[in-house]
Design a protein around this ligand. Sequence first.
Ligand code: UDP
Length: 240
Amino acid sequence: MSSDIMLEKGEMFYEGKAKQLFATADPDLIIAYFKDDATAFNAKKRGSIEGKGAVNNRVSELFFTLLEKAGIRTHFVRRLSEREMLCRRLEIIPVEVVVRNIVAGGMAKRLGRVEGEILRRPVVEWYYKSDALDDPLINDDHAEVFGWATAEELAVLRDLAHKINRVLRDFLDPRSIVLVDAKFEFGRHKGEILLGDEICPDTCRFWDKATGEKLDKDRFRRDLGKVEEAYHEILERVSR
Ligand code: UDP
């Protein structure tokens, strides 16, 4: 079978808020299609950000390539088209890993801190991946007792989250972007833990270093305007 036939889009086996996932003839590979749809507050707010899918595909490609160079294994194989990415198939670990450098969003609200407070050191948090439950904050015991991840896996995830955070910060700083926080998803693949999902303005908070201007999905969540412009600004800066 030629590799082109192997890469034809098969059955769509998952549709999320921002992506559709398709099988390929190779059981180890899937195709992610990046949509323009945007949701916030557990899909209570819905909309569309023109060109977002194409931007997130490119930005994710750039970050995955950067991380692979730094020795972090990811599901990324290659970008296939404007909105399609070829990825390794993962058994997703249902724990969203958030790393924070500066207080914002959920952390500010939950703990009564001011948005913008610089954390003494990065903080890693676990959230249980469940739309029905609104992705609740969990601790290590919850993840282990309910079988979402083992203690050994959590240790690997924590370590990877800190490492990825350092690589991204070092890359973004000279581009005048502050990485406020980020959400990562990981999965199991042939006995290894790989970074999955996407890394883009939907899943990270990016602030302009000079002005503090928000250059991420908060512009959509909080109706700040210039949403498309922010996504394109991030693509432009990370492409430098
Ligand atoms: N995040 C995400 N998906 C989610 C929830 C959060 O990608 O379902 C990202 C969000 O963009 C931010 C970080 O995770 O970069 C921390 O988000 P937070 O917990 O503050 O929640 P939010 O304010 O986004 O509801």
